[in-house]
Design a protein around this ligand. Structure first.
Ligand code: ADP
Ligand code: MG
Length: 530
């Protein structure tokens, strides 16, 4: 029904701005939320990251702007975000969408000069986007007047709860006019959020998109098992071989961010650090450089995991495993933005293996184990990189300034010796440090004498345990009672069968049809003991 932005009946100026931003058609969450929000309804919106939630609330927000003639100097809309970076980003996006309509947005957050903010607020703005603490500060100083507020938006509401903003949020909600519209957007919906909704919203419309599949399909997810002490080596190997465009590396603590970014810099990688202890101007600077591509690698704590939208992040690397499934979803959601492919890599120590499996289950996703690139692969990648660099230099002609030196040396040496020596100098000794392989690989918890098989069907295919038992028994012609435990997940399952029957089962069941679905079956990857 809504296949173009015109179908929403929104103003031409906003449509023009959207098309200038390259938005051609609304995304599913926008299709679901915008018509309801335009009617003035309260909204609870849930959709995976990177699906365009900002415009889902932003477009209705822009449409609610009072007529210019009536325009007062007080803001008519307020957007709350958990982090400073997100406040800046959401404000920028609203500013772009409202550019043609002349809507003035102001970001307001701690760490930035309050005097400057006061000055800008006095000048008169339409929409204020800010973090709860600083907003409350302005409200209490009466430098932010809320009496004209028509709409308030809580973006990344669950994260604001996690960060302990709940009381601030309630206070702010209490300060806004009764008749206002409230919109709440989040990728996950814990029960406290629904509590806010109950107490502060009026018959909200729930809009959600594909809640079952929380992880963007275009993100390839893998993990590597490494010892703690080998993580840095593993990280650099991966960066060398993957040749990422922009990489976000997530660490657990500020100290770890400092360590990892410091070591990368020492080794000559263009890396920057981002965490809450830096001054705001440093944080802004890092984000700017990263967005511009002046910095290829940004090492960060979870402050950077929420909502940030840097379109060219090709790789997210979890240097430390996230604390919980939600953290995982948010971190990896920084790649694969706006339909682009992305890669999410998690480094896992043998002890964290189980944690990874839990994340995998709750996030309803599958994270495949990969083997780290070998030393030889790393060397090859570095050589390819050098070769590409040389070709580029020759194409640009920058090397011509050194022809005289080349000529002089060519009197003595062959071109081959000369080129190889120069390249050797550039690569350095380039020894790739050893990484000890994590041994064992037989974590398989299952019953003795049983093999664990992986099947490509699950609950989502409306398949039950009985269906699997019946099919295996029939196809492989074995008694049902010999089939062991079955673990059903949304899109896949694990089945235990006696080891001596495993190959027979695989041969008979692979490519067979269960409940109308073609099934692939094979040996499950091994897990570590523990
Ligand atoms: P979310 O808040 O759901 O994580 P964002 O609002 O940050 O997602 O949007 C993700 C990216 O998709 C942004 O770069 C945004 O500009 C882009 N985007 C949003 N809506 C559209 C659309 N309708 N068409 C094309 N790109 C869009
Ligand atoms: Mg967002």
């Amino acid at each position: 029904m809504y296949t173009s932005f015109h179908d929403f009946g929104i103003s031409d100026k906003v449509i023009m701005s959207l098309s200038e931003m390259g938005f051609e058609a609304p995304t599913p969450i926008q299709t679901a939320a915008i018509p309801q929000a335009l009617k003035g309804k309260d909204i609870i919106g849930q959709a995976q990251t990177g699906t365009g939630k900002t415009a889902a609330f932003g477009i209705p927000l822009l449409e609610q702007r009072p007529d210019v003639s009536m325009k007062s100097r007080y803001p008519y809309a307020l957007v709350l975000t958990p982090t400073r970076e997100l406040a800046v980003q959401v404000c920028e996006e609203l500013g772009k969408m409202g550019a043609r309509a002349g809507v003035a947005c102001l970001p307001v957050y701690g760490g930035q000069s309050i005097e400057l903010q006061i000055k800008n607020l006095k000048r008169g703005v339409d929409i204020v986007v800010g973090t709860p603490g600083r907003l409350l500060d302005h409200i209490q100083r009466k430098t932010l007047i809320l009496k004209e507020i028509r709409t308030i938006v809580l973006d990344e509401a669950d994260e604001m709860l996690n960060m302990g903003f709940i009381e601030d949020i309630k206070k702010i909600l209490g300060e806004t006019p009764e008749g206002r519209q409230t919109m709440l957007f989040s990728a996950t919906m814990p029960s406290e959020i629904l509590g806010i909704a109950k107490n502060h919203m009026k018959k909200p419309a729930h809009v959600s998109v594909d809640a079952g599949q929380m992880v963007v399909a275009k993100i390839k997810q893998v993990f590597y098992e490494v010892r703690e002490e080998d993580k840095i080596k593993a990280l650099t190997r991966l960066i060398d071989v993957e040749g990422p465009a922009l990489t976000l590396v997530f660490c657990h603590t500020k100290k770890e961010v400092d360590d990892v970014s410091g070591k990368l810099q020492q080794m000559g990688y263009p890396a920057g650090a981002l965490h809450g202890d830096f001054t705001q101007s440093h944080r802004d600077e890092m984000m700017r450089k990263f967005k511009n591509g002046d910095l290829d690698i940004l090492v960060a704590t979870d402050v950077a995991a929420r909502g940030l939208d840097v379109p060219d992040v090709s790789h997210v690397i979890n240097f430390s495993i996230p604390q919980d499934p939600e953290g995982y979803i948010h971190r990896i959601g920084r790649t694969g933005r706006a339909g682009k492919p992305g890669m999410a890599i998690t480094l896992v120590t043998p002890r964290q293996y189980r944690q990874l499996r839990l994340i995998e289950q709750s996030a309803k996703t599958r994270i495949m184990k990969e083997k780290l690139p070998t030393g030889a692969e790393v060397k090859k990648a570095r050589e390819d990189d050098l070769a590409a660099g040389l070709e580029e230099m020759i194409a640009e002609g920058k090397h011509a300034a050194l022809y005289h030196l080349a000529d002089r040396l060519l009197e003595k040496y062959s071109p081959r010796d000369l080129a190889a020596a120069a390249m050797h100098m550039m690569l350095g000794e380039a020894e790739v440090e050893e990484i000890e392989e994590v041994r064992g690989g037989s974590y398989e918890g299952g019953k003795k004498g049983f093999a664990r098989l992986f099947m490509t069907v699950g609950r989502k295919d409306k398949i039950r345990v009985e269906d699997i038992v019946r099919s295996i028994a029939a196809e492989a012609n074995i008694p049902a009672r010999r089939i062991g435990n079955i673990a059903l997940f949304d899109t896949f399952s694990f089945v235990e069968v006696p080891s001596d029957l495993a190959d027979r089962v695989i041969g008979a069941v692979n490519d067979s049809i269960i409940k109308g679905r073609k099934v692939k079956i094979g040996h499950a990857r091994k897990r570590k003991q523990g």
